[in-house]
Design a protein. Structure first.
Length: 342
């Protein structure tokens, strides 16, 4: 099964909001929520995608032939590619009734693990979502990254106990989810967190803690002040605040500010292995991809996930070969050309 077949199959299983487009660029979704659309005007998901397309590759094949390795090491583990499946929650609401969150997470986690990468799992207002996600991660020997939403501190503490029980090698919080409509007006409330609160959460975790939703150098500084081990440069796929810049536009300044002290991930509109190459060249250590992995699950379950990972990996390897990078560590900003300042 190749990814085009996966997309075709997904159209019979997904929806009614997602159209399983040949290129997942946000154009068909617009502001469709529920569904995979973006907030407000619905154009930010499109901008996320388009800004990666404005970056070009500097080809250079004048070098001695050498083996290409796409492997990367993060938090003491080696992965086949610097690519992770991003967290997605409430799949029945946004993508159709074929799978529950538990079924989706189990398929995604297994499919990713079989290809040598890992998946972030989502969280939700239904407490069972985290129970089931961490249970699935535990069955894979901890090969997954649970994502906890910015609940009140007591709820976070309870969910961190589930994370520890799973043996997960890292845990994340999508702090930008404070802007999601379904997290508003809850009791107890969910929302933003101070540096002091994040410092306490990092201590609760006891494993590498990744903070998702960083969009400014100052935000990265505050995350580092809190003691996090990784950040994700992300505007939540455009779903929490309209009129933001795209991650590709702010990644270089944020990565520069991190100064190698923490791991820098990025998501938002990354769709191909060539996009992954661009993200690494701009300073990321790895990327997250969310919506296309949903299509992969709905279009072929574990086999669909494998098809998408193989596609991404082949594209990354080909781009590295054509630019003289034999390892991901050799990818630099000299290997890309930017049409405008990003």
């Amino acid at each position: 099964m190749d990814y085009q077949e996966v997309i075709k199959n997904a159209r019979g299983n997904i929806g009614p909001y997602c159209k399983a487009c040949p290129v997942c660029n946000g154009a068909a979704c617009g502001s469709t929520m529920p569904g995979p659309g973006a907030k407000g005007t619905g154009k930010l998901a499109m901008r996320n995608y388009e800004k990666w397309q404005e970056i070009r590759i500097n080809m250079d094949t004048i070098y001695g032939q050498k083996a290409i390795s796409t492997q990367t090491e993060l938090f003491g583990k080696t992965f086949s590619y610097p690519v992770f499946a991003g967290p997605v929650g409430a799949v029945k609401l946004h993508y159709g009734k074929k799978y529950t969150d538990q079924e989706y997470n189990e398929i995604l986690l297994r499919g990713c693990a079989e290809k040598g990468i890992a998946a972030f799992t989502g969280d939700g207002t239904d407490y069972n979502v985290m129970i089931e996600a961490t249970d699935a991660i535990g069955k894979l020997g901890g090969m997954g990254i649970p994502t906890v939403k910015p609940w009140d501190m007591d709820t976070i503490r309870e969910k961190m106990e589930l994370v520890k029980k799973s043996g997960a090698f890292a845990v994340a919080m999508d702090i930008d989810a404070a802007g999601l409509p379904f997290l508003q007006n809850l009791n107890p409330p969910a929302g933003s967190k101070s540096v002091e609160e994040l410092r306490e959460i990092v201590k609760m975790a006891e494993i590498p803690f990744i903070l998702k939703g960083i969009m400014t150098p100052r935000g990265a500084e505050k995350a580092m002040e809190a003691g996090v081990q990784g950040i994700v440069v992300s505007n939540h796929g455009g779903r929490v605040l309209d009129q933001c810049p795209a991650p590709a536009e702010v990644l270089p300044s944020i990565a520069k500010g991190a100064k190698g002290q923490i791991k820098v991930f990025v998501d938002g509109g990354i769709r191909t292995g060539t996009d992954v190459f661009k993200a690494l060249a701009l300073g990321a250590d790895a990327v997250l991809i969310a919506r296309p992995f949903v299509t992969a699950v709905y279009g072929g379950q574990e086999e669909g996930v494998a098809a998408y990972v193989d596609k991404i990996g082949a594209e990354l390897r080909d781009t590295m070969m054509m630019c003289g990078a034999s390892s991901v560590d050799e990818i630099t900003d000299e290997m890309i050309w930017k049409e405008q300042t990003v």
